[in-house]
Design a protein around this ligand. Sequence first.
Ligand code: HEC
Ligand code: HEC
Length: 283
Amino acid sequence: MPLNRKRVTRWLVRIAVVLLAVVLLAAGGVFALSQSRLTHAYTLPNETVPVSSDPAFIARGRHVAVISGCISCHGEQLAGRVVFDNPMVGRFVAANLTRGKGGVGSKFGDADWVHAIRHGVHPDGTSLLAMPAREFYVLSDADLGALIAYLKTIPPVDNEIAGSALSPIGRVLLLTIKDIALLSAERIDHNAPRPTPPAVGVTTDYGKYLAVRCTGCHGDTLSGGKIPGTPPEWPPALNITPYPGAALAQWSQASSSARCAPARRRAAINSTIASCPGKYWAR
Ligand code: HEC
Ligand code: HEC
């Protein structure tokens, strides 16, 4: 009957309109909620760290940069590179840190360096995207100062690359996955009293200070597992605690310093942020 068919069509259209409205409303909600977190401006404590051009200080800074894995994301010359790019998830571009064209080195004052590395915050107060500042927060004033002094001496490289951005799926992940390391500044208690740095030495305290850099992937207790929010094909970070039966419990000091090598890296993984940055530590 033609009349009935008309009624059915009318209902189908109504349902489609309602569904479309629901989808649009959800999308708008995701955008608004994520946008307010992306544009939140942080007020940071007034901190200064010693920055000197003394060669020994700069050499210490280079060491801090190496053991912190800055190269693994910012590239061999620290001139910036795209670390992850997926049109649906987002684009994460580790900035050009040099004084060349497109580099933050030409614009940053010491306070800007402190805000970016220790607090994960841009000069405009908003959070950096996917920059592991939470792992650098513990750096002592002396180590951070040395790192900044070193960064100011690296050769300028011209490399102008478009900045980082979060796409729709990335925004959904930000809202739904607890502990996802996307908004660097959100994961730091900016006004907490500064931790007391341990003396440099072969001590568990100093080892703990160094190991904070490993927690971003191996977890706060270093017990490994899936890195929150990473694609399914990325390997879980290894449990590096000396649990009974762990291969690591049997490692000698010499073997462990050479390990965390990309040897076991799955062939499917071509993103360096998915793998342990151990290859850089021997420098
Ligand atoms: C896991 C990858 C990764 C590592 C390791 C890393 N960074 Fe970054 N860094 C990023 C990304 C991604 C950005 C860009 C963030 C953005 O555009 O919001 C960034 C941005 C920066 C910025 C720019 C801030 C700005 O306002 O544009 C500085 C400075 C910086 N990183 C310094 C360092 C230093 C120093 C180290 C080593 C101690 C380091 N990063 C290690 C990923 C990384
Ligand atoms: C960017 C993420 C990331 C960071 C940072 C990181 N690791 Fe790893 N690590 C991994 C992943 C992923 C694996 C597992 C690799 C695999 O299975 O192929 C791993 C494996 C290891 C292994 C086992 C290597 C082997 O051959 O069995 C050791 C040891 C290790 N990491 C130590 C460390 C230490 C110590 C630190 C800090 C100084 C650290 N990692 C920082 C991601 C990371």
